[in-house]
Design a protein around this ligand. Structure first.
Ligand code: ADP
Length: 629
């Protein structure tokens, strides 16, 4: 029979399983039972929505059988089964939604942790088996199919006999070694223990024939052995259980398995709502963003159950965009099974649920910020950009709701701060909330304008994310205090006296400054003297609505469309106290050519200090060289 090769990714995963030194091999059973349950879910759902499928909930079960003599363990379900094509594409290729993320981690070779925490699916069977056989018949089909593989060298598929629909998986367990005991997976107590531990909440009975003893003759203390089929799981879904009876580990394990994230969630929200609509919610706020979270193909949504039956894998209408990172599920007996996506959008009950969920997430985030700052900061590092975007989007419609959840870097703290924290420690004479934008706090710290505001004793928010400044501009103010970019607006921090002196200075040097502006052409709007620079000779400030950082962001977004590019209006400010000021004034009388060269050099320096690109680096370096020789 022809042997087929596994697809490359699958082979990698398979190799990892076969050569796994992972000690917690028992999870293979959790994975196979979970697959069986999914397959039953699919068929059960059809039975509820398709009249031609005549099956009742009570018909479904998962059956385990251990054959000590043959060394095999079988896992049998009467779910949807697979056609030949499905068998080929499902078991020859990794189909799992989280597989890409998994792949990325696999490259990092942190395999041991991953196997334990991550749903690794069907292939985990190879951790404990030399050979795996899958016999399956899709519901409504005549022909059954057998898939068989001994691991990395490929698999075979051939027709076989199978009476009823569903899938039977036979594991030919490995021989025990000195360090690894595989045969213990044939022990009925070991098996039932694993089922209880990981699969207790599975909604269908997981049954096994258990060998038991009973007293045969009380007089003689004689026992006899008999066999009885027992159901090993309690079948109560985790979210239907009483909150007080659930351990954090149980929530975490459930989260890992269902949502393919192997870090523990930052928060779990589990609640029961009774009223106009009654429903259970189990929500998770992750700590880490999925690899595709900020990509276009990320789909938000919660799982939607109607009385324990999943009716939608990702219901987007339950989550607002700014909370799109939340994972979890909603189960309500009041929702109809047959509801379509379009109807759901109109559904009044669903809207009510969504509104309630929004409130719950909001208050949970507020609580986390207040009570568990470290975790919140970790969460915010992952999802802060999304919250900020939410606060900015729709012209700031969600500002009031979200503004206190945002964190920004600041000049006075080593950690991110909230706007509230900032305003609460503002000195009395400070009227505005100062901010400066740049790539990193370190780079912002080097901005000349920052130095002078800090020297006056004011805290500055350091905006390091490209969206930050857009958010603050949209807000306009916080708690009645306007935001002011230290590199843009006239900050008005001077005394009347200082202001007058500076005005005079500029007035007297009017011709010189006009001459310099002329030399710089369109690069700047104006050249003027300033007294706000402490140690630097010059800086560029922006005037009007567009700051330099916003210019960078917007132009990066225009992706090279020249006509969409924007330009901030720049002012070259020269320190009136710097020796260069005197030099310029003197040169203006004797050597005008040098003045225009100096203007260009100062402009170039100001660009570099402000983290901007030089338009003509060659010319700049030539001018510096000219000065040197
Ligand atoms: P996952 O379950 O995460 O998708 P697996 O590797 O465990 O990944 O399984 C791959 C696919 O094989 C499943 O998505 C499902 O379509 C199919 N499959 C696995 N087990 C069964 C089963 N018992 N019955 C029907 N289909 C199954």
């Amino acid at each position: 029979m022809e042997k087929k090769q596994f697809q490359a990714e699958s082979k990698k995963l398979l190799d990892l399983m076969i050569h796994s030194i992972y000690t917690n091999k028992e999870i293979f059973l959790r994975e196979l039972i979970s697959n069986a349950s999914d397959a039953i879910d699919k068929l059960y759902y059809r039975s509820l929505t398709d009249e031609t499928v005549k099956l009742n909930r009570g018909d479904f079960l998962i059956r385990l059988d251990a054959d000590r003599a043959a060394g095999t363990l079988t896992i049998q379900d009467n779910g949807c089964g697979m056609t030949q094509e499905e068998l080929e594409s499902n078991l020859g290729v990794i189909a799992k939604s989280g597989s890409l993320a998994f792949k990325a981690d696999m490259e990092k070779k942190e395999d041991i942790d991953i196997i334990g925490q991550f749903g690794v699916g069907f292939y985990s069977a190879f951790m404990v088996s030399d050979k795996v056989r899958v016999e399956t018949k899709a519901y409504g089909q005549e022909q059954a199919w057998r898939w068989e593989s001994q691991g990395a060298d490929g698999y075979t598929i051939e027709p076989c006999q199978k009476e009823s629909h569903g899938t039977t998986i036979t594991l030919f367990l490995k021989e025990d070694t000195e360090t690894e005991k595989y045969r213990e997976f044939l022990d009925q107590y070991r098996i039932s223990g694993i089922v209880k531990k990981y699969s207790d909440y599975i909604a269908y009975p997981i049954q096994m024939e258990m060998e038991q003893q009973r007293l045969k003759d009380p007089e003689k203390h004689e026992f006899e052995t008999f066999k009885e089929v027992q159901t090993l799981n309690s079948m109560v879904p985790l979210w239907r259980k009483n909150k007080n009876e659930i351990k954090p580990e149980e929530y975490n394990a459930f989260y890992h398995e269902k949502f393919y994230d192997f870090t523990d969630p930052a928060r779990v929200i589990h609640s029961k709502t009774e009223g106009l609509v009654s429903y259970d919610t189990l929500l998770f706020i992750p700590k880490q963003a999925p690899f595709n979270y900020y990509a276009k193909d990320y789909e938000k949504g919660l799982q939607l159950y109607s009385n324990g039956v999943m009716i939608m894998e990702k219901c987007p209408d339950l989550l607002s965009d700014h909370f799109s990172f939340v994972k979890g599920l909603v189960d309500s007996a009041d929702l109809s099974l047959n509801i379509s996506r379009e109807m759901l959008q109109q559904d009044h009950q669903l809207k009510l649920i969504a509104k309630n969920i929004e409130k719950k997430i909001q208050s949970e985030l507020e609580k986390m910020l207040k009570e568990d700052r470290d975790t919140y900061e970790e969460f915010f590092a992952a999802f802060g950009p999304q919250l900020k975007f939410g606060a900015y989007d729709h012209y700031g419609a969600h500002k009031d709701q979200l503004q206190d959840l945002l964190l920004f870097r600041s000049s006075s703290q080593d950690k991110p701060v909230t706007l509230k924290e900032y305003t609460e420690r503002m000195p009395e004479d400070q009227e505005k909330i100062f901010y400066a934008a740049g790539e990193t706090p370190e780079k912002i710290e080097l901005l000349p304008q920052v130095e002078s505001v800090k020297a006056k004793g004011y805290e500055i928010l350091y905006l390091t994310e490209s969206i930050d400044e857009f958010v603050l501009r949209t807000f306009g103010a916080y708690d009645g205090k306007a935001f002011a970019n230290v590199c843009a607006q006239q900050l008005d921090l001077d005394t009347e006296e200082e202001k007058n002196a500076l005005q005079k200075e500029n007035e007297n040097a009017k011709d010189l400054l006009a001459y310099m502006k002329e030399a710089l052409g369109d690069s700047v709007l104006e050249v003027r003297f300033t007294n706000k620079l402490k140690n630097y000779p010059a800086c560029l400030s922006s005037e009007g609505d567009l700051s330099v950082e916003m210019e960078k962001t917007l132009n990066a977004m225009s992706l090279g469309h020249e006509d969409e590019k924007v330009k901030a209006k720049l002012i070259l400010e020269i320190s009136a106290d710097h020796p260069i000021a005197g030099k310029l004034k003197a040169l203006y009388e004797t050597d005008k050519d040098s003045v225009s060269r100096y203007a260009k050099i100062l402009y170039g320096q100001a660009c570099l200090i402000g983290g901007m690109n030089l338009e003509n680096p060659a010319e700049f370096s030539e001018m510096i060289c000219g000065l040197m020789v």
